[in-house]
Design a protein around this ligand. Structure first.
Ligand code: GLV
Length: 320
């Protein structure tokens, strides 16, 4: 007989950790949230058969070799594209998305900041300052400004609520219909146009999937109201970058605030760096906060151990 199988429902969890270069922060946070957890930092894995859960970011293919008793994978990021892209990802192991309050709060702060920048014309006043121009521009009430949130998962919903509390007229778009009494929702391909036609400020919080690739392109950009502004804090692959540049140069789009790009780091010769209509940040909109994330993982493991289901499961193959 081989060594006894260590199971999440019967034994203490043994976690394999492969982070985004913040190992020590995660180890300390786990020690506080789950002292009973044994953490093994990749590639110091010990006996692979003892590992029954994993917290991962950008796993290399070889990480999954011999992990026969893995019962769950937690994603470090809100986006699971780096995990799903790994060809060795075990097909039957559930993947739990990261949903933790500080990650959500950070994303809401970032997007609110960009919406306020565009709505209150801060991008125009910055330009005027460079020209020593003292000139008042029209002030549009928030209630007369429609913000379209594309991607209404946990982050999109949290943002939409905050925007509403500031009196913006908020509409939401998602692929699959899911009723929402508080926010006017548009669903599926058939309603993309009706949604975009109203979105004076478009905020994109879409995951990278087959369905979202270049969903914003020449044709869909032309559906936006003239002089619309765009914010992308989801994934760069959702936008055709050449088409975005054309829309900015033609004046169809007024400005764009981008945190994510088709290629990251953004190459230094990329035209976005010097474009006056583009505000860019290096994929910092929000990052997972280990202390609250470890409490979320501790709660999820505890619920599972007493017979519950995993929260926020990734349905492989689902869109947004
Ligand atoms: C960051 O991009 C994340 O997926 O959390």
């Amino acid at each position: 007989m081989g060594p006894a199988k260590i199971m999440l429902t019967q034994d203490n969890p043994v976690m394999l950790l492969k982070t985004d270069a913040r190992d020590q922060e995660w180890i300390s946070a786990f020690a506080a949230a789950m002292p009973e957890l044994e953490v093994r930092v990749w590639p110091q894995v010990g006996d692979l058969k003892e590992i029954n859960c994993a917290l991962l970011w950008n796993p290399p293919v070889e990480l999954f070799n011999g992990l026969e008793n893995l019962e769950v994978i937690f994603s470090i990021g809100a986006g699971v594209d780096s995990l799903l892209a790994c060809s060795a990802l075990p097909a039957k192991v559930p993947i739990v998305r990261m949903v933790e309050p500080e990650l959500t709060a950070g994303m809401v702060e970032f997007c609110l900041f960009q919406v306020l920048r565009f709505h209150r014309l801060m991008h125009c006043y910055e330009r005027q300052k460079a020209q020593y121009a003292w000139q008042e521009l029209p002030q549009l009430p928030a209630r007369d400004t429609t913000v379209g949130v594309m991607g209404m998962g946990v982050l999109g919903l949290a943002l939409a609520k905050q925007l509403q509390s500031l009196n913006y007229n908020v509409i939401g778009y998602r692929r699959q219909s899911k009723p929402n009494d508080a926010i006017e929702m548009f669903c599926g391909e058939a309603q993309v146009e009706a949604f975009l036609r109203q979105a004076a400020i478009l905020v994109m919080l879409l995951p990278a999937t087959e369905q979202t690739r270049h969903i914003i392109n020449r044709e869909t950009l032309a559906m936006l109201p003239p002089k619309a502004c765009l914010v992308n804090a989801g994934r760069g692959e959702s936008i055709n970058e050449q088409d975005l540049l054309m829309a900015l140069d033609s004046g169809q789009l007024q400005a764009a605030a981008l945190d994510v790009f088709g290629q990251e780091p953004l190459p230094t010769d990329h035209p976005f760096w010097s474009h006056p209509g583009i505000f860019l940040t290096p994929h910092i909109a929000s990052i997972t906060h280990p202390p609250t994330a470890c409490r979320y993982i501790a709660d999820a493991l505890q619920a599972y151990r007493v017979g519950g289901a995993w929260p926020n499961l990734v349905e492989t193959g689902s869109g947004y």
